[in-house]
Design a protein around this ligand. Structure first.
Ligand code: IMP
Ligand code: MG
Length: 180
């Protein structure tokens, strides 16, 4: 490990090898599950970008890519009003949509996006999340594809940020208290 951003990490929870392997498995699973179909992968920016890219490399289907940005106003990660600040560009009517998110915590973000897109009459919508928090897991939404279950600690890296930093770490780590 280097000594700039890496030194802010308390411990590595998921290594880059584990992340790469899991993304490969999920990509292959999606390939099997949608055999003979086209899929539209929609990433929720920004946290999903690295995972999405690794999963997509392993999908052997005709695949479209789009992104949305959801902003939460108010304090904390899961409270406050949610707004779609960037919409997808394509029509998803009749398409098989796979929403990709970085972490499923309260589930509010994914529920918001799923409800919104369901109104546009896609053929189906599934949810793929890199991380799933075990503790605060609510029942308002369930993921179809889960990378890893994690404990209720604040994690960064592989797309996930703290104050917009650490997204470029190639692994998932727990941030030191002093760095927050
Ligand atoms: P929720 O599922 O709507 O509560 O929100 C999940 C969002 O909160 C994710 O998209 C992340 O942006 C953020 N988030 C929640 N937990 C963490 C964490 O441990 N690290 C980084 N971001 C987190
Ligand atoms: Mg996010």
């Amino acid at each position: 490990m280097g000594n700039i951003i890496h030194s802010d990490i308390e411990r590595v929870l998921i290594t880059s090898e584990q992340l790469e392997d899991r993304a490969k498995q999920i990509g292959r699973q999606i390939t099997e599950d949608y055999k003979g179909e086209e899929v539209t992968v929609i990433g929720i920016l920004k946290g999903s970008f690295m995972f999405l890219s690794d999963v997509m490399k392993n999908i052997d289907l005709y695949t479209r890519l789009d992104f949305v940005t959801v902003q939460s106003y108010g304090n904390g990660t899961s409270s406050g009003e949610l707004t779609l600040t960037k919409d997808i560009t394509a029509d998803i009517k009749g398409k098989h949509v796979i929403l990709v998110e970085d972490i499923l915590d309260s589930g509010k973000t994914l529920k918001f996006v799923k409800d919104l897109f369901e109104k546009r009459e896609p053929a189906s919508i599934k949810i793929c999340t890199l991380l799933n928090k075990k503790v605060r897991k609510s029942e308002i939404i369930k993921a179809d594809y889960i990378g890893f279950d994690v404990d209720d600690v604040f994690v960064v890296g592989y797309g996930l940020d703290y104050a917009q930093l650490y997204r470029n770490l190639p692994y998932i780590g727990e941030l030191k208290i002093e760095a927050r």
